[in-house]
Design a protein around this ligand. Structure first.
Ligand SMILES: [Zn+2]
Ligand SMILES: [Zn+2]
Length: 270
């Protein structure tokens, strides 16, 4: 029998659409569904899976970049949706069938989706209710935190010590300050309940490395106020400052650092 391993991929990741896929043998789940059912299904097909095999969708919060595919997916595939009661009224899943698929989740909960165990933590974000996650299957752990205004204690609890971590690296502070957004929006994004900057994310990277993380994927990049190069370079330089070596740069590297892409699959762990 083939050994089961926890695998995770970002399928879509940017401020305009987010969806990730996690699998452990036949247990498969999505984190967020911020792309069309067809786009998500096509993406899953290229990983040898499809939406009909998905056992659950963890919905981090109600914002449309995390939920826009949900209505069609829940209607067509009847997949259980795990989110807070507060978010449910916002996510447009309003057929009676779909309502049955909604499973109320609150911070502090532990979910079991097949053999995948999910611990739910609150995030500091300007939504009605928002979560990040720590997933475990077999001996492998995955931390997943996007849409975080800052690294709160709960976010640390979710990600510290995980083998692989998907973490927000939303904006370059200079680009945000000098970019096209109005002052209110700039303040919202940079605020304690907005989005995590490249610099704030980069400060966390060496701590993650020291706690044993072997793969970091920078996610939820702003398409207006960031570039993949800037996000990568911010974390890379902090890691190097702390003597952490990165795959691709030395032979026996401490960890792998990657940037999630808006519309194609990036491996987090496999
Ligand atoms: Zn959000
Ligand atoms: Zn978002």
């Amino acid at each position: 029998m083939m050994e089961k391993r926890l695998k995770a991929y970002t399928l879509f990741s940017s401020s305009s659409g987010n969806c990730s896929f996690v699998e452990y043998g036949s247990d498969k789940l999505l984190i967020d569904a911020g792309a069309s059912a067809k786009a998500i299904n096509d993406s899953l097909l290229s990983l040898g899976s499809d939406l009909s095999a998905v056992r659950g969708i963890l919905v981090s919060h109600e914002h449309s970049d995390h939920t826009k595919g949900l209505q069609v997916i829940s209607k067509r595939y009847g997949i259980p949706i795990y989110t807070s009661e507060k978010c449910m009224s916002y996510i447009g899943v309003n057929s009676p069938d779909a309502e049955e698929m909604l499973i109320n989740v609150e911070a502090g909960d532990t979910l079991h989706i097949g053999d995948i165990c999910v611990n739910v933590y609150p995030t500091p974000h300007d939504s009605v209710r928002s979560f990040c996650y720590r997933l475990q299957a077999g001996n492998t752990t995955l931390g997943y935190a996007t849409d975080i205004g800052h690294i709160s204690d709960a976010v640390q609890d979710a990600v510290f010590g995980c083998d692989a971590v998907v973490i927000e690296s939303n904006h370059d502070l200079f680009m945000l300050e000098n970019g096209p957004y109005n002052a209110t929006l700039k303040r919202r994004i940079a605020g304690k309940k907005g989005h995590l900057s490249n610099d704030a994310c980069a400060c966390l990277a060496p701590v993650l490395a020291r706690c044993g993380t072997r793969s970091i994927v920078l996610a939820h990049l702003s398409e207006t106020n960031n570039t993949p190069e800037k996000a990568y370079e911010a974390s890379r330089s902090k890691l190097r400052e702390y003597g952490v070596t990165i795959a691709g740069e030395t032979f026996a590297a401490d960890l792998r650092l990657a940037v999630a892409a808006p519309k194609h699959i990036v491996t987090v762990i496999e």
